[in-house]
Write a protein that binds this ligand. Structure first.
Ligand SMILES: Cc1cc2nc3c(=O)[nH]c(=O)nc-3n(C[C@H](O)[C@H](O)[C@H](O)COP(=O)(O)O)c2cc1C
Length: 302
């Protein structure tokens, strides 16, 4: 039986294997080290970082639904300086590639973050979050307008030589339009999907369950939407696509690779079973080996 080579190239970013931990679901990395083998995963996408610390939204800000999680964390984070001083040095100790998710309310905020992260050393790529549904300013606004998405991408591209991954929102009419716009603006890759806008009701209180009324739905419920969008985007652009959304098993991840993803991220499933990403890597290797395939790219449906 052939031993498959799991290494993949996401533009200029080389990963030992195609499985990453998704932003916001693995903290700043190190807190998960006792639960997940962080030397085994291809990469860790750290929690979204802004220039200044953000307190996030008031509680309640997560609700479990029968088929997924609704969250309205509101991008709570320690801010760039504390990330560089306290979080990044711990994250760098692992073999996993370090990808930092960045967010802001103006293109210049994103550029300032990318520039500082580039200069910091030990960061392997930035993931530009133009798709968070849970903040009032910026966030979703950039992710739903092709011109604004391109402006943020261009601002980041101009100031960094790090690989630039732009994370797309599913809360749009035509995701391929945004994907093409960020490709033309210099993105090295796109990742998708972020969460789908949703709502839950607290029937006892007879009011919305989340303090913000709406939140982002993730987990098994979003997988069919994510697969559809990965299929569409991977055929619309020439840059690699990273598939995200409801991946909870090797089988789920394999489906994304067939649909056109070059790599995948595991999000909500890590909160349920922290070892999911490591199981997914093993399962991809076994699947390829059992079928005599040599690399994840061999799975792609033409
Ligand atoms: C609690 C929570 C926090 C999240 N925070 C971020 C974030 O800071 N930045 C970001 O780009 N995506 C964030 N996401 C979205 C995930 O990275 C992922 O795109 C989404 O949850 C879909 O994947 P999943 O179904 O595997 O969770 C968050 C998701 C959850 C559940």
């Amino acid at each position: 039986m052939k031993t498959p080579n799991l290494a993949v190239e996401i533009g200029p970013l080389r990963l030992e294997n195609p499985v990453l931990l998704a932003s916001g679901t693995c903290g700043y990395g190190a807190e998960l080290a006792d639960l997940v083998d962080l030397d085994a995963v291809g990469g860790i996408v750290a929690k979204g970082i802004s220039l200044e610390p953000m307190p996030g939204n008031p509680p309640p800000r997560t609700v479990e639904t029968p088929c997924g999680l609704l969250n309205a964390i509101g991008l709570e984070n320690v801010g760039l300086q504390a990330f560089l001083d306290e979080k990044l040095p711990r994250l760098r100790r692992f073999r996993a590639r370090v990808i930092v998710n960045i967010l802001g309310s103006r293109p210049e905020d994103y550029a300032a973050l990318a520039e500082r992260l580039d200069g910091a050393g030990g960061v392997d790529a930035v993931e530009v979050n133009i798709s968070c549904p849970n903040v009032k300013a910026g966030g979703a606004a950039f992710g739903t307008d092709p011109a604004a998405a391109a402006a943020v991408t261009r601002a980041v591209r101009r100031v960094t030589r790090l690989p630039v991954i732009v994370k797309l929102s599913p809360n749009v009419t035509d995701v391929t339009e945004i994907a093409r716009a960020v490709e033309a603006a210099g993105a090295d890759a796109v990742s998708l999907i972020n969460t789908l806008l949703g709502m839950a009701v607290d029937l006892e209180a007879r009011r919305p369950a989340l303090s913000t009324v709406f939140g982002g739905l993730s987990g098994p419920a979003v997988k069919p939407v994510a697969l559809r969008m990965v299929w569409q985007v991977s055929r619309a652009v020439g840059i690699p696509v990273i598939g995200i959304g409801g991946i909870a098993s090797a089988r789920d991840a394999l489906e994304f690779l067939v649909a056109g993803a070059a790599a995948v991220q595991v999000g909500t499933a890590t909160l349920v079973r922290p070892g999911t990403a490591v199981e997914v890597i093993r399962g991809i290797r076994d699947y390829l080996a059992a079928r005599g395939l040599s690399a994840p790219a061999d799975l792609r449906c033409p």
